[in-house]
Design a protein around this ligand. Structure first.
Ligand code: HEM
Length: 402
């Protein structure tokens, strides 16, 4: 069987067929990503878990970041390292640096602490829903799925909500395939804003918000320096911007395409919270997890990935591995989708998972209660997916409310 080495140009429009082919051939292949970067892409579930935890694999971008240039085609416009002040965050680090940074924020994100935010999240969702009317045709992402999580994360970070359109623009540029100039401009703008924000909070009296506590924290004898604070805010802001919006959007699209499943959730809204796992499994918001590379040779399902290679894991592919989930391409809101990898696995497992689950539960519950008969306002084939191998989400989700 021939090995597919170049992912097709329209890969982001339908990655699932490509993943099925790759997975059938083996657990991991050398492929060229749509812009030419050569990586080893893992598509099977068992090997994905190994790749996400193996000690031979590193996320230390300071040491491995140069591999992006090494494995890019000579003609490619290699993305210059974005603002160093945005890059010193835990997702770019291995222990012990990762351990230290994560420990400083873990407490604020436990399921118990996040549950305390439920009334406020419900209030924000209700305010957004109140602006919508029966018969309206809206982009559900713009009108609901985006503003909910971004309002929550801005409140956590103490960032004025008026700035959210700027962030959306910068964040979009940073995660999609813009030109190096566009990426650089967005990174500088973001870094400049966050520097200002961190400085303002550091100079103000401490208050009881999460970010003020983080800026002023020194009870354990440890505190973050300005660069680390900027990077931490950046990571949380981008994670808060780009993920939950697409969990909600992808879930609503899946439901509108599977009316029997929609009916189940309308009849039994108490299933909505648990169904988050199935939506995460079926069409999670992160396709290919973030940058990793092999520090040493790594054996994955009989294939040796040599040291010095970029190792990417498609979480979307792993979550549809038929060896792990029966009828993996089917939405079944009553199945147990436990063990899915949509939030990652191992030490980098998503810090914001409890918050994302809460936001999803609140969003779907209120949306289906108020607009139980909403429909798609576009042919499914005309929907366009974002030009990113990281983010799995639509540009727009036109719906008619009823
Ligand atoms: C449905 C929504 C979300 C999904 C699917 C998601 C997914 C992920 C994934 C897959 C990773 C690991 C990436 C890797 O190992 O390459 C991750 C890490 C992370 N996520 Fe999320 N995320 C979501 C929401 C959030 C939210 C709302 C926040 C913050 C408020 C957040 C904060 C983080 C942070 C800080 C990390 C890095 C953890 C570490 O390196 O130890 N995420 N997320």
């Amino acid at each position: 069987m021939t090995t597919l080495t170049q992912l097709p140009d329209d890969y982001v429009q339908n990655p699932h067929d490509v993943h099925d082919m790759l997975r059938a051939e083996g657990p991991v292949q050398e492929v060229h990503m749509p812009r030419g970067l050569k990586v080893w892409l893992v598509t099977r579930y068992d090997e994905a878990k190994i790749a996400l935890t193996a000690p031979q694999v590193s996320k230390n971008i300071a040491e491995g970041g140069h591999l992006m240039a090494v494995h890019s085609p000579p003609s490619a416009e290699v993305r210059r390292e974005i603002e160093p002040t945005l890059a010193v965050h835990m997702l770019n680090m291995d222990p012990p640096h990762h351990t230290r940074l994560r420990k400083l924020v873990t407490k604020a994100f436990t399921a118990r602490r996040i549950e305390l935010m439920r009334p406020r999240v419900q209030e924000i969702a209700a305010e957004l829903i109140a602006k919508l009317n029966d018969g309206d045709e809206v982009d559900l992402l713009e009108a609901f799925a985006f503003p909910l999580p971004i309002t929550v994360i801005c409140e956590l970070l103490g960032i004025p909500i008026d700035n959210r359109d700027d962030f959306r623009e910068w964040s979009n540029q940073l995660l999609s395939f813009g030109t190096p100039e566009q990426v650089q401009a967005a990174a500088s703008a973001m870094a400049g804003f966050l520097y200002q924000h961190v400085t303002t909070i550091a100079e103000a009296e401490p208050n009881d918000t999460f970010f003020s506590a983080l800026v002023h924290a020194d009870d354990s004898g440890d505190r973050l320096n300005t660069e680390e604070l900027i990077s931490m805010a950046f990571l949380l802001l981008v994670a808060g911007h780009e993920t939950t919006v697409n969990l909600i959007g992808n879930a609503v699209l899946s439901l509108l395409r599977n009316p029997d499943q929609l009916q189940i959730l309308k009849d039994r809204p108490e299933l909505i919270a648990g169904s988050a796992e199935e939506f995460l499994r079926l069409e999670g918001p992160i396709n290919v997890a973030t940058f990793r590379y092999t520090r040493e040779d790594l054996e994955l399902g009989g294939v040796t990935v040599p040291a010095g290679e970029i190792l990417m894991v498609s979480l979307v592919a792993a979550n549809r591995d038929p060896e792990k989930y029966a009828d993996a391409d089917q939405l079944d809101v009553t199945r147990s989708a436990q063990g899915h990898l949509a939030f990652g696995h191992g030490i980098h497992f998503c810090l914001g998972a409890p918050l994302a689950r809460l936001e999803f539960d609140v969003a779907l519950t209120q949306l289906l209660a108020r607009f139980p008969n909403l429909t798609l306002a576009a042919e499914p084939e005309t929907l366009v997916w974002r030009d990113s191998t990281l983010i799995r989400g639509l540009h727009t989700l036109p719906v008619r409310l009823a």
